[in-house]
Design a protein around this ligand. Sequence first.
Ligand code: UD1
Length: 419
Amino acid sequence: MAKFIVGTSKGLKGNVTISGSKNAILPILAATLLTEEDCTVKSVPVLSDVIALCSMLKDMGVDIVFDKEQESIAVRAKNISKTEADYEKAGKLRGSFLIMGPLLARYKEANIPLPGGCPIGSRPVDLHLKGFSALGAKTQQAHGSIHITARQLKGDKIYLDFPSVGATENIMMAATLAKGVTTIVNAAAEPEIIDLATFLKKMGADISGEGTDTITITGVKKLHGAKHTVMPDRIEAGTFMIAAAITKGDIIIEQVIERDLKPILAKLSEANVKTEKIEEKTLRVYTAGKLQPISLKTMPFPGFPTDMQAPFMSLLSIIKGTSVITETVFENRFLHAGELQRMGAKINIESRSAIIEGVEKLTGTQVKATDLRAGAGLILSALAAEGKTEISDIYHIERGYYNIEKKLKNLGADICRVE
Ligand code: UD1
């Protein structure tokens, strides 16, 4: 199994270009099932999650050409051969559940394996299913899968108990072809929801309110093909910002949308990490002066993103003083703390909070990526640590970071991937 070997890397310097967003491309790919016409998506990150979803769609008879050099995907879901997803493939990524809404809307039927638990929590899909039921669908669970059917989807008012990103996306896609008006109240407002709504509107959908807590979708008879460029990955951008801070470097980050990064920029500023807008989509991140300990709490957007929690923990673990991180989105997202402790970090977990006492230095050792963002956090800690760090289970990291090793190397990091 592949590993990253990372050595101390002080003062990363240079430019890095952020790739298309993983969390935006997955629902957009699912949405291509809503039309029989050609769709083209550009700025697609070449990630194992994207490849896995393409493979699932191919199995269903969808024509897909993924040009990895050009980072573009051409999709045509003219006639699909089945509305059932393969257990093995669907189990590889939770994003696979996002094909349920589009299949239900266009074919009135879908059979998708339950995504199951994952290291960061149980991750149920009850909110997705409640939304589909409100639109008139019937669901049945058997043999680990959800079989969903509907005669005709009809718009309704849907209150989400929690602003779930996936449930908002799935319901929004199902509602595009439903009869009448659907309102999602307490909807997720993440930038990726806006990107999906933008793509759906290019396909002819009637949607308003995306990016707020109330989204209204008026069903249309048919959707058509569309072309779209995926938004930049705000979590990848945040990860490189921490890379600048933790190595006391000076990095120019290109292809970023400042509005999407506000919650991250606010916390970096509190910690005394400097950021400066160079151009419309370019930010400079550097340090000058002493970094400060901070408190942060993960929340749905526009709150601080849970996906940046692990990278921030890495940074805070070497800032003198006491920092506190409270995780409110997922129930079990502190597994990386144990790995950081092995590198010398002082972290106490008390229920949903991590209390971090900054240490003078971390030391390299063998650690394991327990999930995607935890793995990214370990790379960041390894850059700052004394000696070599060997990170195993890096397949988690490669699910969500395109060319991370190459991008870090270009900035002067000592990192290599070994089989
Ligand atoms: C998406 C992102 C993930 C990010 C998360 C929160 C993708 C592919 N993944 O995941 O990177 O960490 O948003 O920003 O976009 N919940 C329920 N019932 C449901 C659905 C969710 O209880 O039916 C709970 C979850 O267990 C979790 C919380 O809601 O505690 C947030 O989950 P959700 O927003 O749905 O995350 P995902 O869409 O899975």
